[in-house]
Design a protein around this ligand. Structure first.
Ligand code: ATR
Length: 276
């Protein structure tokens, strides 16, 4: 019987996940379909009961359900619990198990697309929300030397560092403080929504003090290349857009569901075709 996979989010109508996963299922001759469902927060509990009742094989959950879905599951992977968010759920013979592939997906994309070894790198993360949290942990796990966080609200950056208690040296800065010390870093990562469609004129921080050859990475993929990345490119940075994180988080979810790591280049091509 054909298996069913789903995305729960609000909104979901622009999601590229159905296209990406359905193509992978088809390409690999796996009898399965992936469908996006618009689930309002007050319906999440019923929707998860529906997953159990209907025997849906696996899920992605996105904004605003990544944290609120956690108490509705039977088990949560320790890494996802540490991050405090779940984006992938596997139905293991009726037991719903939550994982987080966002942070690991980001790091894998960084390693494979930019060909960088994260070990011993000095990294600045801009933003202190849910995405920053997953990325921070995953970078720490890969042996980064230093991961500083700057944020509009500095107290949130401090809080993230304190709560995470990761084995890495970290400091919290205001956006202005971080701008002044940009030359200290090997990798700059924007995890905020600043510069995302339709506010495409905005930049998270100035790159004036960045040194040439710095890796500048933005998790935004709409627009394909943010104003910030264009500016980084002009200053001879190595740039990476958000398509990689999106594709790799999907590929890692696909692997959790099927046991097979899909063709990421094919997934990336499909996503890029839609975005251009
Ligand atoms: P996500 O889960 O996608 O990371 P989030 O938890 O809402 O989203 O976090 C959004 C991040 O973007 C935060 O770091 C936020 O800064 P604050 O903590 O000060 O709110 C940052 N952010 C959003 N809009 C911003 C803006 N206009 N200027 C600067 N930072 C902004």
């Amino acid at each position: 019987m054909e298996k069913v996979y789903a995305l729960f989010g609000c909104p979901v109508h622009h999601s590229l996940s159905p296209l990406m996963h359905n193509d992978a299922f088809q390409n690999m001759n796996i009898a399965a379909r992936y469908h996006a469902f618009h689930v309002e927060p007050e319906h999440l509990k019923d929707a998860i009961s529906g997953v159990r009742a209907l025997g849906i094989s696996g899920l992605n959950v996105t904004i605003p359900h990544k944290t609120t879905v956690m108490p509705l599951l039977d088990d949560i992977d320790p890494a996802a619990r540490r991050i405090g968010a779940v984006n992938t759920i596997v139905n293991e013979n009726g037991r719903l198990v939550g994982y987080n592939t966002d942070g690991p997906g980001y790091v894998r994309a960084l390693e494979e697309e930019v060909n960088v070894n994260i070990k011993e790198k000095r990294i600045l993360v801009i933003g202190a929300g849910g995405a920053a949290r997953g990325i921070y942990f995953s970078l720490a796990d890969r042996g980064a030397k230093q991961i500083d966080i700057c944020n509009r609200t500095v107290s949130k950056a401090k809080q993230l560092i304190d709560e995470c208690d990761a084995a890495v040296s970290s400091a919290a800065y205001s956006l202005n403080e971080a701008e002044a010390r940009l030359g200290d870093y090997d990798i700059l990562i924007n995890t905020t929504s600043v510069g995302m469609y339709p506010h495409m004129e905005e930049m998270p921080i100035s790159l004036k003090n960045m040194k040439e050859g710095t890796i500048v990475s933005d998790i935004i993929y709409n627009p394909f290349e943010t104003k910030w990345l264009k500016e980084a490119r002009k200053r001879n940075a190595i740039v990476q857009n958000g398509v990689g994180m999106f594709v790799y988080q999907g590929a890692l979810a696909f692997e959790k569901w099927t046991g097979i790591f899909p063709d990421v280049q094919r997934m990336k091509k499909i996503v890029i075709e839609q975005l251009r």
